[in-house]
Ligand binder design. Sequence first.
Ligand SMILES: C[S@@+](CC[C@H](N)C(=O)[O-])C[C@H]1O[C@@H](n2cnc3c(N)ncnc32)[C@H](O)[C@@H]1O
Length: 213
Amino acid sequence: MTDDVDDHAARFDEIAASYDEDHSAEYERTVELVVDYAAVDAEDTVLDLGAGTGAIALALAPHCARVIGRDPSSGMLEQAREKAQREGIETVEFGHGTFREPNVPEDADVDVVVSNFAMHHLDDAAKREAIDAIAALGPERFVLGDVMLFGEPDPAEPFYSPEVDDPATVGDLADAFTDAGFVLTAVDRVHEQVGVLVGERAPDSAAEGAETR
Ligand SMILES: C[S@@+](CC[C@H](N)C(=O)[O-])C[C@H]1O[C@@H](n2cnc3c(N)ncnc32)[C@H](O)[C@@H]1O
């Protein structure tokens, strides 16, 4: 397993042109769930981390005010921009960024963060840092679709490539969400090794206290 972002970016640069040609049923279902759970409204600003060729960003853009797609692979970003242009979508901006350095524009107030099939490239400590950094952006909601382990992975048929991927258990991810201050509102199992987690911002305890006084 490599946790070097440049290695991952180079690998995705190579496959970017053919990335959208063949997706599994589990991938398609996860995209649907992430888009549905994002539940964006017309005023929302969305941040898509590990946006790739824009599957989630481009599906959400017609339903919200602004989508910021970030990815370290210039090849994937190029495909995403071409798709946006072909589809006439002007409210999405694709640019370089990573979980560690998402490069959120200063004028952006992020309402919803989404990430699909990207966080499993990080080791577990880096996943925690990423989830903490996402929480620090103050979104109402964080929707994560990814490779994640609901049980023991079948060593003969892992859904991921152990040499380049490092999926977490669902339990560890759930702990990271709640430790970062999200309330876990949905856990969907798409496959024994693929799922979607939804975190909503926990009610501000200070404000809650004030209300009950
Ligand atoms: C399997 S693709 C998923 C792309 C897209 N989200 C989708 O649903 O089709 C994984 C993406 O994660 C990106 N990635 C890898 N390491 C990353 C990191 N540290 N931060 C952000 N994105 C990363 C890759 O460049 C790649 O575009």
